[in-house]
Design a protein around this ligand. Structure first.
Ligand SMILES: Cc1cc2nc3c(=O)[nH]c(=O)nc-3n(C[C@H](O)[C@H](O)[C@H](O)COP(=O)(O)OP(=O)(O)OC[C@H]3O[C@@H](n4cnc5c(N)ncnc54)[C@H](O)[C@@H]3O)c2cc1C
Length: 507
């Protein structure tokens, strides 16, 4: 049985946050803004967690470069030609590092302005009100290795705690320990540009990084156990992505497993097997780089949660209620460690809720203390080229859940802006509740977009869902012309049966 101590008489802080990722720093900053004394413990030298250091930001920095390279090549069809791009990897790495540094030093400055005390070290619970922090400041300031710990642990007493310890990349035991086998962090380091690259796992992270390497000159293969790539995205969107991206790949192996891999002088030799008896797969292939992108696992088993009495699932997740409370009421958890979707914007919102709940309780403010995570939807974006973005129900999910929906679809081939951009490989699809007996009859339940900048536009659909908008609301909202965002209004008009930018509906 864990020792559960009462509130410490002399706590070092009102709130201790474990982990300075988007969830942790957002919670710490919001709590400090609400007047709490906050300590933020982080094992790495910089704040920002996976997202800022080895996730969202460096990947999007490199994807921007990749998309400009691709875009420039499209200009050939418009009569403008450049030669092949000359890529200086050192400069590219240093550009990526500068972007990351600007953001992470900005966070450190904002922590100081808010008087949030940042403690560098690896945190483990001692009991439900004390944490032991082992110093990690002597290890290299890099996110590529787990930091080394040294010296006797420092004990910190807290009144409330938020666990925001995030997640780590899953590593496949069958892959050899070799510099040519990388995870997302290793791929973002841009060690070299492989001639042939295998992406193990056809999800968003793998395909985003594949897009980067392809733009830099690599030929790609991808292997995925399921029957399609980016399985949670709408199939019509993935089909359009596939058409534009087929040229990057030698093999797209779905319903296929990686069963063996060995390091040879020529590369990593990988053997495949079909998921279904009777299907065929290519003979073993040799790659210059193998990227393992098979998902992320929560860090719940690395913080001694049991000593605080906090329940951690077998897979390492920490279960929470809508106020982000664990089974121990004064210990809350947020972000990747609490479950899917593992996305930065979900972590941030959860962090704000958790901070409000604690501040409300400590200040005796019932309204603040009753904060809860009640978002109807959380948008997802694959920053591939073209981008795929979706929010709420997709058609497959609606079908699986037996929800009757009406579609409004606008192909970007009819968009003046998409054509002007030379990028009419896009589609906007809205789904409206089509069950007359439903309370939300007529309201938008989901939306998906594929096309350049789709990720920048999906927020409008998230807002529409949160506001309970229907096709009339969206179709009668004036969108500026000519923009890609117009496709949203036009898809709503299509659902109403009167989009004047599409052929008339056959009566
Ligand atoms: C390549 C890649 C690209 C991504 N792109 C996107 C994207 O475009 N959009 C998006 O929304 N999401 C993206 N993600 C996911 C996103 O990075 C995560 O969802 C997000 O970082 C989760 O935030 P978090 O605060 O829960 O945890 P994390 O960011 O994982 O932060 C947790 C922090 O806790 C620290 N920590 C852990 N244990 C301890 C301990 N015991 N003591 C002290 N410190 C500890 C860790 O060092 C880390 O800094 C991407 C991820 C990857 C890998």
């Amino acid at each position: 049985m864990p020792t559960i101590l009462n509130h410490p008489t002399h706590p070092d802080c009102d709130l201790l946050v474990i982990g300075a990722g988007p969830g942790g720093y957002s919670a710490a900053f919001r709590a400090a803004d609400l007047g709490l004394k906050v300590i933020l413990v982080e094992r790495y030298a910089t704040l920002g967690g996976v997202c800022l250091n080895v996730g969202c930001i460096p990947s999007k920095t490199l994807l921007h470069v990749a998309s400009v390279i691709d875009e420039v090549s499209h200009l050939a069809a418009m009569g403008v030609q450049w030669g092949a791009p000359a890529v200086n990897l050192d400069s590219l790495r240093s550009h990526r590092d500068k972007v990351v540094k600007r953001l992470t030093t900005g966070l450190a400055a904002m922590a100081k302005m808010r008087k949030v005390t940042v403690v560098r070290g690896h945190a483990r619970f001692v009991d439900a009100h004390h944490l032991a922090v082992t110093d990690t400041s002597t290890s290299a300031p890099t996110h590529t290795h787990t930091p080394t710990q040294g010296g006797p642990p420092k004990t910190i007493a807290f009144r409330h705690c938020i666990i925001a310890a995030g997640s780590s990349a899953v590593h496949l035991p069958m892959l050899p320990d070799d510099v040519r086998v990388v995870d997302s962090t290793g791929a973002l380091a841009l060690p070299f540009v492989p001639r042939r690259m295998l992406i193990v796992g056809g999800g968003i992270i793998g395909l985003e990084l594949g897009t980067v390497y392809s733009a830099l000159g690599s030929r790609l293969d991808v292997v995925e156990m399921l029957d399609g790539l980016m399985p949670s995205a709408d199939r019509d969107m993935v089909q359009i992505w596939h058409k534009t991206n087929a040229h990057r790949f030698d093999h797209i192996l779905t319903q296929t497993r990686t069963v063996a891999a060995r390091a040879t002088q020529d590369g990593i030799e990988v053997t495949f097997a079909p998921m279904r008896d009777g299907d065929t797969v290519p003979a073993p292939q040799t790659y210059d780089m193998v990227l393992q992108a098979v998902g992320r696992t929560p860090n719940g088993r690395q913080i001694g949660a049991d000593r605080a009495g906090v329940f951690v699932t077998d897979r390492g997740f920490i279960q929470v209620d809508t106020q982000m409370r664990t089974n121990v009421a004064h210990i809350l958890a947020i972000g990747d460690i609490t479950g899917q979707p593992m996305l930065a914007h979900k972590a941030v919102h959860e962090g704000h809720v958790a901070a409000s709940v604690i501040a409300g309780e400590l200040h005796g403010l019932p309204k603040l203390a009753s904060a809860a995570f009640d978002a109807r939807v959380i948008p997802s974006v694959a920053y591939t080229n073209p981008e795929i973005a979706w929010v709420g129900l997709t058609e497959d999910v609606a079908k699986a859940q037996g929800v009757k929906v009406k579609r409004g679809v606008f192909p970007w081939a009819a968009s003046g802006r998409a054509m002007s951009n030379g990028r009419d490989d896009g589609l906007t699809k809205l789904l409206f509740d089509d069950d007359p007996a439903s309370k939300s009859h007529g309201q938008i339940l989901g939306g998906s977009m594929v096309g350049i900048h789709a990720g920048d536009m999906i927020g409008e659909l998230a807002l529409a869902i949160e506001m309970g908008a229907d096709a009339w609301d969206i179709g009668h909202t004036i969108h500026p012309h000519p923009t890609l965002g117009e496709s949203i209004g036009m898809a709503a008009e299509a659902a109403l049966g009167h989009c004047t930018d599409l052929p008339p509906v056959r009566k």
